[in-house]
Design a protein around this ligand. Structure first.
Ligand SMILES: CCCCCCCC/C=C\CCCCCCCC(=O)SCCNC(=O)CCNC(=O)[C@H](O)C(C)(C)COP(=O)(O)OP(=O)(O)OC[C@H]1O[C@@H](n2cnc3c(N)ncnc32)[C@H](O)[C@@H]1OP(=O)(O)O
Length: 194
């Protein structure tokens, strides 16, 4: 055993998440972080095309319309796709803190089946930060903000530098991303973080 903890409960000396002064205003749509992202990118035909909005504090909301391409059982969303929707919504919290972070652990509860054509209304919130670890939680409600909770997740995201992607990504996509002014703008938004 390495002694490394992957617990989803923040330690007693964890601090609150801090909203960046230049975070998008509450209600503002947060753009895609990468156009070929399966969760948010417009360039992925069968992707989730999640539209995420900034909330108050370090929180976001998002809507995901389940399509035929997202089925597991006939007429129902695949659990892995629903986990992706939760993961992507949680990942969007990065935009409010301006800290790049990747999913370390994602624990998901599936409470209700989610039919094709339904809209999943997602809410995510960062709850605590401990060094590089960001503790966060998300729910997905059927139909809208007042709908029943169909899925929920608790997660730990781990802060990384942009080199994480440059060192591990396939060179073709990394080089294309670095040559794309819109993508470079996304990276700069994180690099100005004090
Ligand atoms: C030109 C380039 C353009 C790039 C574009 C830039 C813009 C991008 C903007 C935003 C991107 C956001 C993308 C969102 C997409 C949705 C989110 C995803 O799906 S992300 C994909 C899935 N996740 C992974 O692929 C992670 C794979 N894992 C790793 O790479 C490593 O394991 C990593 C980085 C997570 C940790 O490795 P270590 O070597 O850096 O750090 P160690 O020392 O092991 O851990 C540090 C602390 O974190 C905890 N930790 C590590 N792994 C954990 C885990 N699995 N669960 C809980 N805690 C964990 C440890 O216990 C330690 O904490 P203690 O210091 O001990 O308190």
């Amino acid at each position: 055993m390495s002694g490394r903890t992957t617990a989803l409960t923040p330690p007693a000396d964890a601090g609150p998440p801090v909203r960046h002064p230049e975070a998008p205003a509450p209600g503002e749509v947060i753009g895609a972080h990468y156009e070929n992202c399966f969760g948010c990118g417009a360039g992925v035909p069968h992707g989730l095309h999640l539209e995420v909005r900034a909330g108050e504090g370090v929180a976001v909301t998002a809507e995901f319309r389940v399509k035929e391409a997202h089925q597991g059982a006939p007429g129902l969303a695949h659990g892995g796709v629903l986990a992706t929707a939760l993961d992507e919504t949680l990942g969007s919290l990065n935009w409010l803190t301006r800290v790049i972070a990747v999913t370390g652990r994602l624990e998901t509860d599936f409470l209700l089946p989610v039919p094709v054509d339904s809209v999943l209304y997602l809410e995510a919130e960062a709850v605590a930060v401990h060094h590089r670890k960001i503790y966060c939680t998300a729910t997905g409600r059927l139909g809208g903000p007042e709908g029943p909770v169909a899925v929920r997740a608790d997660a730990v995201f781990i802060e990384v530098k942009v080199e994480h992607f440059i060192n591990h990504g396939r060179p073709a996509e990394i080089n294309a991303a670095l040559a794309d002014p819109d993508q470079v703008k996304v990276v700069r938004a994180f690099e100005v973080n004090p």
